[in-house]
Design a protein around this ligand. Structure first.
Ligand SMILES: Cc1cc2nc3c(=O)[nH]c(=O)nc-3n(C[C@H](O)[C@H](O)[C@H](O)COP(=O)(O)O)c2cc1C
Ligand SMILES: Nc1ncnc2c1ncn2[C@@H]1O[C@H](COP(=O)(O)OP(=O)(O)O)[C@@H](O)[C@H]1O
Length: 309
């Protein structure tokens, strides 16, 4: 288990191997780089470090940017940490930080704080004020300050053929199978169980409404999905709806889950939902009975899917 730290509190006496990036999604391409980082670190006796930024540079530099992220920063930290790094450092990305020259960044962060002896970086990585510097500059700084640079080639990156952008698109289109294949783990939603309208129990399908605090979190296309979660020590499956509930209300978007074989009150609990499969688009039904009939079909679809896992 690694350590998640703010970089302002970190100064490494041990020599490190470092990779730098936003890593939104921590997808199979990212995982490949991180596994290489860890393996090389072990081989060469260097502590493995990921330096990541939050908020996303686009959220800071283009204030109007409506970028949505695959992971909240807590989700990203948890997934990165689970890969077996020594340290995950989160650098708060600010306007001031973005104004550091490439050389200042290398000296102040990579050298003085991280004590980097090796840096693994993608062939097209750019850094420093106005993204002025590239990998060749980094190699020169490495010669001056005493670290090696290992390039991840275009071929290595293209072989994986996965990108955070492609995953965002798949999620926005409701293509959860594709997103999950690219992620290498099920897409997750994390939130707190909040009060809804109290209609679920009347329908005989109580639904835990999930409140997500992070406005920048990407929510998949509206519709219903098969999901899985852990409540206490139990694995619980369910069916989730993301949408406006047009049959009974229709004003605001909600995210709600009906869990199978479950009947506890869980208001206020923090919950992480793994999204496994899409069921269908949301519909406006003629009657509450028609909605209930559909929910019964959705349940059968879900149970069948779960039985085949
Ligand atoms: C799997 C699932 C699918 C749903 N699909 C629809 C739908 O297509 N149309 C609709 O109006 N409501 C749909 N609902 C939402 C119900 O209307 C909703 O559960 C009800 O509004 C309860 O809300 P409450 O928890 O805020 O009381 C769905 C709910 C679930 C769990
Ligand atoms: N099988 C279940 N699935 C989801 N929530 C359940 C279940 N059984 C009990 N609950 C509890 O009931 C609440 C949902 O009831 P519901 O009538 O839909 O009210 P609300 O509108 O407040 O969501 C959930 O937040 C949870 O605490």
């Amino acid at each position: 288990m690694g350590k998640v730290l703010k970089i302002e509190k970190y100064k490494s006496s041990a020599s490190t191997i470092v990779t730098i990036g936003t890593f939104d999604g921590v997808h199979v391409g990212h995982q490949k780089i991180i596994n290489r980082l860890i393996a090389l670190g072990e081989k060469e006796g260097l502590k493995s470090v990921i330096l990541t930024f939050f908020p996303h540079p686009r959220m800071v530099l283009q204030k109007d940017s409506n970028i949505k992220l695959i992971n909240t920063i807590d989700e990203r930290s948890e997934i990165l940490d689970s890969l077996g790094l020594d340290y995950l450092l989160i650098k708060k990305f600010t306007k001031d930080f973005s104004r550091l020259s490439a050389e200042e960044f290398v000296k102040q962060v990579l050298v003085d704080r991280l004590n980097a002896k090796k840096v693994i970086i993608g062939y097209d990585h750019r850094f420093g004020r106005n993204r002025n510097a590239d990998i060749n500059d980094l190699i020169k700084y490495g010669e001056a300050f005493g670290f090696e640079v290992e390039e991840i080639s275009a071929k290595d990156i293209n072989d994986v053929a996965v990108s955070s952008t492609k995953i965002r698109k798949a999620l926005s289109e409701g293509n959860i199978q594709k997103a999950n294949r690219y992620l290498g783990y099920p897409f997750m939603l994390t939130g707190t169980v909040i009060k809804g309208k109290g209609i679920g129990k009347q329908l005989d399908y109580p639904t835990a409404n999930i409140g997500i605090n992070e406005a920048y979190k990407l929510i998949p296309k509206q519709g219903s999905y098969v999901v899985k979660t852990t409540i206490g020590k139990d694995t619980v499956f369910g069916m989730m709806n993301i949408g406006m509930n047009p049959t009974v209300s229709g004003e605001t978007e909600s995210i709600e889950v009906h869990f199978f074989n479950f009947d506890s009150t869980i208001y206020g609990e923090k919950i992480q939902i793994d999204v496994l499969e899409r069921i269908r688009d949301e519909q406006k039904f003629e009657s509450v009975q028609a909605l209930k009939d559909q929910l019964q079909k959705d349940k059968l679809f879900s149970l069948n899917f779960i039985n085949n896992l």
